[in-house]
Design a protein around this ligand. Structure first.
Ligand SMILES: N[C@@H](CCC(=O)N[C@@H](CS)C(=O)NCC(=O)O)C(=O)O
Length: 93
């Protein structure tokens, strides 16, 4: 996995989903908002189709890492923590 600024990160999420909220909260708390594009599944055209094409599911949240989907809020947060959150809260990926 590349660890550079060109890594494209997209979060397919839903406002009303508590698991999506946990991921959004982590992103907010760690100052990562400017590194991630947010695609609300009901508001963003094509997001739902893309989600089902990539995962075969309708489950959110889903983090797309250079187009590769990662499901499960715990795994998404762990990935963000390990790959983006630096010792002083700065993005390093
Ligand atoms: N274990 C999952 C649960 C995610 C989940 O249940 N999301 C709901 C919305 S809150 C969902 O997408 N339900 C529709 C589906 O699973 O197809 C996680 O932690 O991310």
């Amino acid at each position: 996995m590349r660890k550079d600024k060109t890594l494209k990160l997209e979060l397919i999420h839903k406002w009303t989903c508590p698991y999506s909220a946990q991921v959004r909260d982590f992103i907010e708390e760690n100052g990562l908002k400017n590194r991630i594009d947010f695609l609300e599944v009901d508001e963003t055209e094509g997001a739902s189709d893309r989600l089902s094409q990539l995962t075969g599911k309708t489950q959110v949240p889903c983090l797309l890492i250079d187009g590769e989907p990662k499901l499960e809020s715990r795994d998404i947060i762990q990935w963000l923590d390990q790959n983006l959150v630096g010792a002083q809260g700065t993005a390093r990926a």
